[in-house]
Design a protein around this ligand. Structure first.
Ligand code: NAD
Length: 320
């Protein structure tokens, strides 16, 4: 018995990297998989190519699982509607949507071109919206017809949403995906849909091409040591969040190596509010606003530095 027996999943960007590992793991847990991938380079350039998706389908079939390939661009309105229809026509229903497809076009803001901005915003933000929309439309129809099987969406953000320099486009898109997760969880719960989100850390072509990261993410020299950068370390959490009786919704998870954490998100603490009589004046703000940054570091709205996420990564002892 697998934890996902009888469940049908669409996984976007599943031809390579983290998405491929999700597809293999979820298939090994009994799910039937639509392996979506457009093909193309890390920056989204190049011709569409269904070969990566098809080769993951072959791997799943070789393990005795069931899968079909889909080459839709996750931003294509009709193409993605067709992908949801393909899941239902191939396997009888749809229970799980893993929004994972992504690209990188890193550049500091002063040098970033319009195409670098548009491409990253499009693939990540619209590429989460469009599959979510069509899956939700199908699930609302099913709920109205009395088919109330538990459903799950797992989105993919990134620690970059905390404000990674050189990723003006990507950080914005990933922060948006975390926000979309909370709105989705609030709106779709009535149809039996839970919505969660990952911020993964793993060795893929995406991290390997990032300057300075190639050596850091290398596999251990001794192959018997735990490989904390292995992308397969991410997938058990995705499978867990996709199980029928998982209690989580609206969670944004840090995940990589041997670690799983829950992000706190944007917050406004009572102690971080100052008030005046009626409307503030500039002079009053000049006198009092600096109280809000007392004891903080150089970025007023960041409690911990982005580097803190990585400090000790993979070296934390197992939680009892
Ligand atoms: N690798 C990491 O450490 C890391 C960290 C944080 C977030 N992420 C996120 O994880 C996800 C997977 O990234 P990865 O590291 O496995 O990268 P990857 O490049 O290995 O895989 C991404 C896949 O998405 C596909 N894809 C790209 N655009 C598409 C589109 N428009 N439609 C359909 N498929 C498309 C690509 O062809 C590719 O196979 C991305 O959303 C990425 O932003 C990765």
């Amino acid at each position: 018995m697998g934890s996902l027996d009888g469940r049908v999943a669409i996984i976007t960007g599943a031809g390579r990297g983290i998405g491929r590992e999700h597809a293999l793991m979820m298939a090994s847990e009994g799910a039937k998989i639509v392996v979506n991938d457009l093909g193309g380079a890390t920056d989204g350039s190049g011709d569409a190519d269904v070969t990566p998706a098809q080769s993951v389908v072959s791997e799943i079939e070789a393990m005795g699982g069931e899968a079909v390939a889909n080459g839709a661009n996750v931003t294509d309105w009709e193409g993605v509607q067709g992908m949801v229809n393909q899941a239902v026509e191939s396997f009888g229903d749809l229970h799980i949507l893993v929004n994972n497809a992504g690209i990188l076009r890193d550049r500091v803001v002063v040098n970033m071109t319009e195409a670098e901005w548009d491409g990253v915003i499009d693939v990540h933000m619209k590429g989460h919206f469009v599959p979510t929309h069509w899956a939700a439309a199908y699930w609302r129809e099913q709920a109205k017809a009395g088919n109330e099987a538990p459903r799950a969406i797992v989105n993919t953000a990134s620690g970059a949403m905390l404000g990674n320099l050189g990723q003006f486009n990507y950080a914005a898109a990933k922060a948006a995906i975390a926000a979309m997760t909370l709105v989705g969880a609030g709106e779709l719960g009535r149809y039996g849909v839970r919505v969660n989100c990952l911020a993964p850390i793993a060795r893929t072509r995406m991290t390997l091409q990032t300057p300075g990261l190639e050596d850091i993410v290398a596999p251990p020299e001794d192959p018997s040591d735990f490989d904390k950068w292995d992308p397969a370390n991410i997938s058990p959490l995705v499978a867990y969040l996709s199980t029928a009786d998982c209690p989580f919704t609206g969670g944004v998870f840090h995940v990589g190596g041997n670690e799983i954490g829950l992000y706190g998100g944007w917050s406004l603490a009572e102690s971080d509010i100052i008030a005046t009589d009626g409307r503030w004046t500039v002079a009053d703000l000049q006198a009092k606003a600096s109280k809000l940054i007392e004891g903080k570091n150089d970025l007023a709205s960041v409690a911990t530095s982005i580097g803190d996420t990585f400090k000790g990564f993979g070296d934390r002892p197992a939680t009892p």
